[in-house]
Write a protein that binds this ligand. Sequence first.
Ligand code: ADP
Ligand code: MG
Ligand code: ZN
Length: 636
Amino acid sequence: TSAAGLSNFGDGAHLSVTDYSNHGDFVWSGELLPRATRTWPSVKSFRFDQQAICNAALDGRDTVVVMPTGGGKSLCYQLPAILDRGMTLVISPLISLSYDQCLHLREAGVSCEMMSSAVSREEASEILRRTKGAPKVGDRQEDIKVLFVTPERVAKSKTLISALQASYGANRLSRIVVDEAHCCSQMGHDFRPDYKQLSKLRKLWPTVPIMALSATLGPKVLEDVRQILGLGPMTPFKSARPGETVYFSAPLHRANLHYSVVAKDSSAPRAAQQVVDWILERHEAHSGIVYCLSRKDSETMSKNLSELSEGRIRASWYHADLDDASKMRIHERWRSGKVHVVCATIAFGMGIDLGRVRYVIHASPSKSLDGYLQESGRAGRDGKDSDCVLFYRPQDTLRIAGLVTGDRNGIEKLDSMVNYAQSYKCRKVLFGKYFRDSYGTSDLCGVCDNCIQPPEVADVTVESWQLLTALEEMYEEGGRLTLADLCNVARGLGNGQYTVVERKTASGKRKRRASQSKGRSGVFSVEDIGGKVSLSKENAERVAMHLCSNFWMAYEYNATAYSVNVYVKPGPLASRLTRLDLERVRAGEADARIEVALAGKNSPSKPRKAGESGAPRHEITKAIRGRFKSQKEGGG
Ligand code: ADP
Ligand code: MG
Ligand code: ZN
């Protein structure tokens, strides 16, 4: 069921295998680049497979486009929309996105509208009238070339659907674009129920080609999206057979993004000061984003940035509770540079098109590494060096663990984020391991924190044994411990006291040890683990967190009226270590060796101003390669 003979160009027949990377082959081939340059003067040549994608789209094919954030996905549907006759319907999730794209196109003289909750009722009905292709009133009126709508409208607005139906009936609906297509899938990191409704597009208008775009579509999510949108089997663009969906994927890695993780102070005011210092040292007056976990956090962070910098940092906040007009105003002030930094939840971002974002700070981890890659990827879209930094402390993870309990694979996804945050390996290599071949080569990046200054890595197998053994003992006794409680007790604090609760066993019986049945607390003696764990609070928590995100420990939840509290319990791997006694672990007889990069052992890496890196890039890379090699060989 390949789509459409509606195109100006494609015959829609696709009787043979087509190679869309053969750029001279098509009727429109001579027109593509000149038209692109006329519309966007900064476009002097095509990136990635933009041209091949336009070829396939103009030939009336269904297409799926995976490109990193900032890679240039918009051009892939906007250029065909401009060249083709009829109207292109663009479904994209956030108001800020539609607004941005719409401005760009209008500036380029392309008739473009958006249907969002920000347009008035009168404007909306005028747009619908034009969508139907109703006769002109007034003087001149161009047909709409590009119409942006939210997935919510498509899911819920009958008037929109009937206007589109009329447009389809008049042979004017030339293409449907689904931006941020990963939102269709519950397997993805940002599922939105309205997106699932998009399955009706193919049913309603079977001959209209569909283009789905995203920055992150792993194999499972891709298959899910394909089925929801009703697309045919995927095929690479060099050998597309009839009925197949033409698939493009560009490597996700972007060399201009410099990733790093900074150990975040445990006191909230000092952590805010850290962020202020970081910004003032490197990026005063540059444009940036600070991602925060909650709406309240965003507001607090924004106030802190302004106050602690005495107004040198002009900050504002953005989250889903703001009305559309405020959202637009903040976005516009940030675009124009009146506001330097927006402190925001992830509601701020999708499709944000500001090239000169010099930094993206995460004040706490994302819910998954997919999410982190996408959010941090809003930096440096102009190709210039930019910083992506995560302010991390293990405690923040537990807050998130409480939020994602209901999500499919929520903890698994969170583990990927923690392992990134705590790793001593090159950030690019870590992304590469997670996203596999879609990410890029396996070379070290040479510009991330771990490349520039490899952290000290400690063998913490003994300390892990201590923590796990302590946890097993207390858990058995009915203990309910947060990660911090566990670390405190194992470090010999608080006289070893811990809380005891009744816990249901697997068989549903309430279980509580007789020895504990009278009191509400138990007492643990560090003698049982060969003495106190000799790590700082911060590092003990790093080790415990490492154990949590690698199956040595697991989370346990207790919901209260206001929140979900997160506790720790022994995980499926725990006994692998704890079945040995301490002497054997000390003698290195454990079959697992647990290594963690400790914080606070290294002096913090020297601040680097964007664009300056001290020595030529290739020399740094060489030096680092050498260092890594000798470390590996030496460390065994
Ligand atoms: P995304 O893939 O995240 O949707 P966009 O389409 O918003 O990315 O593009 C990011 C930026 O790259 C935009 O400013 C756009 O104008 C620019 N861009 C896209 N393609 C090219 C090109 N071929 N040459 C130069 N700039 C380009
Ligand atoms: Mg985009
Ligand atoms: Zn690196």
